[in-house]
Design a protein around this ligand. Structure first.
Ligand SMILES: Nc1ncnc2c1ncn2[C@@H]1O[C@H](COP(=O)(O)OP(=O)(O)OP(=O)(O)O)[C@@H](O)[C@H]1O
Ligand SMILES: CC(=O)N[C@H]1[C@@H]2OC[C@@H](O2)[C@@H](O)[C@@H]1O[C@H](C)C(=O)O
Length: 376
């Protein structure tokens, strides 16, 4: 039907909190029909295993290497994605043959754009074999081969969403507050500029896990009891990441959590929520024009302290902040939807990244396509 594909997107993000599964019908261009969504959480033991993977990945010098336990963790991660797909298909009354393609992000364990090195765990062939559907994976590598930062890749999808946004203010800027945050500015002429904008939830998560034994600051409750420690906040916000003339993409470990004696629990959470908000506004100074509207997706939109700070900082510049849901979107599903969209584009050899999004030399496609092996 006029190039429309039924695609599933799978995202396991830098927060390492679970697998997001989303369905999309799309032509990989302007037509986007959003479908069902499922979030499958990792239990603490597997999250711990992924943290070990980050350590093993520090030894990787060439992207196909799998030192330490990386090979076992990759197989386990892929099996978990296959189980998530099977649960999703079952819940939605679908069969593998209904799916044209699965867009598989995998788990980033190392991202070093300065060395043109990005490593996502996840076997496309194993996922295709286990699910019985074609899989497009490894979508960042070709961008790096052509001089790009390898991230962010979601902007092509944000641009498609901007076409039909029910909110009227323009220009609009989509912000994903995940483990790391990234933004996509859609200019009045439809051109897009995008980059990683700074630490998102990962510092908050690591702080509250170390000092309160909880995986994240639900609703920003811990932060709401604290106050901003200015010197600590300024330590993060004075990073050359914000002032450098070139935007660059981030590894999860580029910003590290405060030391234990830098703050009390609540003050630390409060400060890091402020840092997440202020990072976005500071990075947005590199845009050609002040956005009239910020549309926020990702788990950080559920931290009310972070969102209050962000709204206040944006308002001081005459901009408004809206949650993805206010814009008729699903802030939890957007990245997984994007991976479905990108897979559909990859099948058509359309560009995934552009000079304005990753700094790549020219628009390039990407991804590796794997079909299920025929059963004997
Ligand atoms: N109810 C909530 N209250 C506060 N924070 C929340 C809530 N739910 C999720 N979060 C935060 O959002 C994070 C997950 O966000 P998300 O799934 O968007 O990130 P990700 O996709 O893993 O990261 P990235 O976009 O960097 O790849 C959690 O680790 C937590 O910090
Ligand atoms: C290397 C990598 O996995 N980067 C992630 C990370 O998490 C958020 C931010 O940093 C973003 O640039 C990217 O993910 C999103 C989905 C992207 O590529 O658009």
């Amino acid at each position: 039907m006029d190039g429309m594909k039924t695609a599933i997107g799978l995202m396991s993000g830098t927060s390492m909190d679970g697998i997001d599964v989303a369905l999309l019908k799309t032509d990989g261009e302007q037509r986007v029909e959003r479908g069902a969504f499922l979030g499958v959480r990792y239990e603490p033991a597997f999250r711990q295993m992924l943290k070990l993977a980050l350590e093993d990945a520090k030894e990787v010098g060439e992207r196909s290497q799998r030192p330490g336990q990386l090979r076992e963790i990759e197989a386990e991660l892929t099996r978990r994605h296959a189980d998530a797909v099977s649960q999703f298909l079952h819940q939605n009354g679908l069969k593998p043959s209904d799916i044209d393609v699965i867009g598989f992000h995998g788990q980033t364990v190392l991202h070093r754009p300065d060395r043109a090195l990005t490593v996502q765990l996840g076997s496309g062939q194993l996922l295709a074999d286990l699910t019985g559907a074609p899989v497009v994976y490894d979508m960042r590598a070709n961008d790096m081969v052509h001089g790009g930062q390898g991230a962010p890749l979601v902007p092509a999808y944000h641009a498609a969403l901007a076409e039909n946004l029910p909110l009227q203010e323009r220009p609009v800027c989509f912000v994903n507050i995940g483990g790391i945050s990234n933004l996509t500015f859609v200019g009045l002429d439809g051109s897009i500029i995008a980059f990683d904008s700074g630490p998102g939830n990962t510092l908050i998560d690591q702080w509250v896990e170390a000092h309160a034994g909880v995986p994240f600051d639900q609703g920003g409750m811990i932060a709401s009891e604290g106050r901003v420690v200015s010197a600590l906040a300024e330590g993060y916000l004075s990073s050359s990441f914000f002032t450098a003339s070139q935007r660059r993409s981030l590894d999860r470990n580029d910003f590290l959590p405060p030391k234990g004696d830098d703050a009390e629990l609540a003050d630390g959470a409060r400060t890091l929520a402020y840092v997440a908000a202020a990072s976005i506004i500071r990075s947005a100074e590199h845009l050609p024009q002040q956005p009239a509207l910020y549309v926020i997706c990702g788990g950080g939109r559920l931290n009310s302290v972070l969102m209050r700070d962000l709204s206040a900082l944006a308002a001081a510049q005459g901009s408004r902040v809206a949650c993805a849901e206010e814009a008729g979107l699903d802030g939890d599903a957007m990245e997984a939807e994007a991976w479905a969209y990108l897979a559909a584009r990859s099948l058509k050899h359309l560009p995934l990244t552009f000079p304005g999004t990753t700094g790549v030399r020219q628009p390039v496609t990407g991804g590796v396509l794997r079909y299920p092996h025929k059963k004997e």
